[in-house]
Each structure stands twice: as C-alpha cells, then as structure tokens.
Write a protein of this length. Structure first.
Length: 186
C-alpha cells in the first residue's frame, strides 16, 4: 500500500559530503544566501518537517511550522516546549506522529541529521541535495549514517533507488549546486 505522505529530503553538504562539523553543528561555511532562499521557499510548501535535536530550519517562519523532533528520549510522542512535537519512531509511526497535527496525508520535509535522513532512505519521493564545492569539513558529520569516507551521499542515494536530476547552479561564485534526486515511479 502506498503511503499517503510524500517524503522529501533537504540537505546541503560540503565538497567532502559533510553536513556538520565533528560536534554535529552546521558551520557558517555551509550557509549561503542562495541555498537559504531555496530552502525557505521549499519549507513553505511542506505540511510538516522532521529533524533531529541539532537540526532546525533557522528560518523566520520556523516556529509557525508543524515540526517533529526525532528523539529516543521518550516512548512515542510528547509535546516540546518549542511548540514542536517530540517523536520516537520506535514507539509511533510517521502516520501516528503526523496525526498529532491532524494530518492523514501531505508533504513531509526531512531536515536531518544523519540518523533522521537515514531513516527515510527507502521512503524518499525526492531528495534535494545542495553541494558547496569550495567547502571541506575534515572529520565532519556525513549527511547519512550510511555514508562513509569511501561512500558518497550520491552513492547512498543511488543505492536507495533514487536517480539524479540535472545539476542546477545556485551560486557560481561559491561553487554551490543543487541536484534533485527522485524515485522512479513503478
């Protein structure tokens, strides 16, 4: 049975495939105005966002969005002081978590970190991967838990059944590109 939810991932990675430094914090070197505009516009079209404790939108409208924060610190679902809902996928399905917002279908935006991105690898309808070609984060945090120094994010997406679209340049001066990976329909 097909899911009533469309799952879309969003990430920006360094040239070496990292989304954060060794402390799981996104460095300023990965923050670009062109990518932020793209990201904010995309989030304006999702029904709920899912992220981990270190990941967040950081946008003016963030507090207005329906947000699920993935955590293992609760049994299933719980309110968070930020207005988000805490969600443990081991105790509640995505459908049950979305039902907490009155949603039985819609678009779910996945914002990371690596465990969150990895949880949805087999479910993505698309994954929007921006790459900062002039930025390296040695010893950083890879975008997927399934990624390693010898396995790129692109290889991980390919092995999960997604196919790369064309490369779009978001900011030529900073070698910032975007590729939308999509899952072929059967």
């Amino acid at each position: 049975m097909a899911s009533p939810f469309t799952i879309i991932g969003y990430a920006i990675v360094s040239a070496d495939g990292m989304i954060a430094d060794h402390n799981a914090m996104m460095p300023n070197s990965l923050k670009f105005e062109a990518d932020q505009r793209y990201f904010e516009d995309a989030l304006d079209h999702v029904d709920v966002v899912v992220h981990g404790r270190h990941s967040h939108e950081g946008q003016p409208n963030s507090a207005l969005r329906r947000r699920l924060i993935m955590t293992r610190s609760i049994p299933a679902l719980a309110p968070d002081a930020s207005g988000a809902t805490l969600w443990n996928p081991a105790g509640a399905s995505l459908a049950e978590a979305c039902a907490a917002f009155g949603l039985s279908s819609g678009i779910v935006g996945i914002l990371g970190g690596p465990v969150v991105y990895g949880l949805f690898l087999d479910s993505y309808h698309s994954f929007h991967l921006s790459r900062a070609g002039n930025v390296a984060i040695p010893g950083g945090t890879p975008v997927f838990v399934q990624t390693s120094p010898t396995r790129t994010p692109e290889e991980t997406l390919t092995q999960s059944g997604l196919r790369a679209g064309s490369v779009e340049t978001l900011d030529a001066a900073n070698a910032l590109t975007l590729v939308i990976w999509t899952r072929p329909t059967p």
